[in-house]
Design a protein around this ligand. Structure first.
Ligand SMILES: NC(=O)c1ccc[n+]([C@@H]2O[C@H](COP(=O)([O-])OP(=O)(O)OC[C@H]3O[C@@H](n4cnc5c(N)ncnc54)[C@H](OP(=O)(O)O)[C@@H]3O)[C@@H](O)[C@H]2O)c1
Length: 399
């Protein structure tokens, strides 16, 4: 049916490639391209032998012309961007220049300013409309499936959703004293930033990790949850009419936070370049080089993740509560694709989103967040491709 260019061969890129190859009717050909070509070649070697034809390429996606040249050479129907958020705009520019559909899993943030927001990418809307191509933003798990869950709740269970709590729990243990489950630089920038939530039409800002509660997660048990800023709050506030409050909660263990506090206190999480032995280095990038590569955590990580959304609102004049979530087992993911659940839960939805575009179910000109499409075919595909979801109409609520 189609050809996909996958840019990025890290934890998430590896899962996307595995899942495309499991779905050869849709992904007849893929090209895995990244800055370090050897990682792409290693993936090809592992995945070759099925019906999906696989190519690899070296590309610096910070350079729009290099991406344009690669697109012109491979002629994909869609570019799946699972490099880093810093490359979103250069890759979108290349898609515009070549009239190619686009999908990513994380919104753009400038490398020198750890503030991610959609304004840069939403600004492409008219140009994508004029070019007649589709861009799907934030199609991992969160953002991604959380937006699909919201569209599904809105379509089937609510006249109006008033409160949304998004809960991201990871009860996995990799056995290291400190490691991040996805790109450490992106992960630490996210957690050390101020928190915020949306209430009554405006942002309420909190100090980093200021608001802490506990939640008893199905299949995982009780964990500490912290309110943090997260990108889907911004798009859901725009797209879900009548919503009064949206909050995002993530679990962190005391051990993780203690390490993080020390690293912050000694300046290792700073993005301000410092002089070191005659060169400028960014402490956070140096820390990334020292920490375990998230792509290597797969064999060591045991336990489960649980990510989902709790909705409160009204249906037919009566109050209603609805919780929809996925539980994912780190070891099962590793057995299937050689990655832990954090990469798996982000990579599977990226493949499904690309499949929605290639099969014409989610194809219209412009720049969209996932909650703007029909959630039903995506929800079916989650069940088929490894992320089955469960629902409850009387969940524990977060006060
Ligand atoms: N929505 C979600 O649920 C979700 C969850 C997790 C992650 N994510 C997002 O997924 C993306 C990938 O995360 P990850 O954990 O897979 O990160 P990762 O393991 O660090 O992999 C990033 C990949 O991008 C490549 N890359 C970086 N800069 C590049 C450039 N200029 N040109 C070409 N390739 C480049 C890297 O190449 P090298 O090997 O040369 O460094 C690497 O292959 C991130 O944007 C992350 O925020 C989304």
């Amino acid at each position: 049916m189609g050809k996909a260019l996958i840019i990025g061969a890290g934890g998430v890129g590896s899962v996307v490639a595995h899942k495309c190859v499991q779905n050869p009717d849709v992904f007849e050909e893929i090209c895995i391209a990244s800055r370090t070509k050897s990682k792409c070649d290693a993936l090809k070697q592992k995945l070759d032998g099925g019906r999906t034809k696989i190519q690899t390429a070296q590309v610096d996606a910070d350079n729009t012309q290099e991406v344009i040249d690669l697109i012109n050479a491979f002629k994909p129907d869609i570019v799946i961007n699972v490099a880093l958020p810093y490359q979103d705009l250069t890759i979108m520019d290349a898609c515009l220049a070549t009239k190619t559909d686009y999908l990513d899993t994380a919104n753009y943030e400038p490398p020198d300013n750890p503030k991610f927001e959609y304004k840069w990418q939403w600004a492409y809307k008219e140009r994508f409309e004029e070019a007649g191509i589709t861009a799907i933003l934030g199609c991992g798990f969160d953002p991604g499936v959380t937006g699909v869950f919201t569209a599904y709740a809105q379509k089937h269970y609510f006249d109006e959703i008033h409160y949304i709590d998004i809960l991201d729990a990871n009860a996995g243990d990799h056995g290291y004293p400190f490691a991040t489950n996805f790109n450490p630089e992106i992960n630490i920038r996210e957690i050390t930033a101020k928190g915020s939530y949306w209430e009554n039409g405006k942002w309420i800002e909190t100090e980093p990790l200021e608001i802490k509660k506990t939640y008893n997660f199905p299949e995982i048990g009780e964990m500490d949850i912290y309110l943090i800023h997260h990108e889907e709050i911004e798009s859901l506030a725009k797209n879900i009419k009548g919503v009064k409050r949206i909050r995002f909660w993530m679990t962190f263990s005391e051990k993780y936070l203690t390490h993080l506090r020390v690293l912050q206190n000694v300046g290792m999480t700073s993005i301000e370049p410092i002089e070191f032995q005659g060169m400028k280095i960014q402490p956070l990038q140096f820390l990334k080089a020292v920490l375990p590569d998230p792509a290597t955590l797969g064999p060591r990580t045991k336990g489960k993740t649980n990510i989902g959304c709790i909705f409160q609102g009204v249906k037919d004049g009566k109050p209603r509560t609805y919780y929809v979530y996925n539980v994912c087992d780190h070891q099962e993911c590793y057995r299937e694709v050689g990655s832990q659940a954090v990469s798996y839960t982000a990579g599977v939805p990226a493949m499904i989103g690309a499949m929605m575009v290639l099969t014409g179910k989610w194809k219209k000109p412009g720049v969209f967040n996932v909650e703007e499409f029909d959630p039903d075919p995506f929800m079916d595909a989650l069940n088929r491709y490894g992320l089955p979801w469960k629902e409850s109409f009387s969940p524990e609520l977060i006060d």
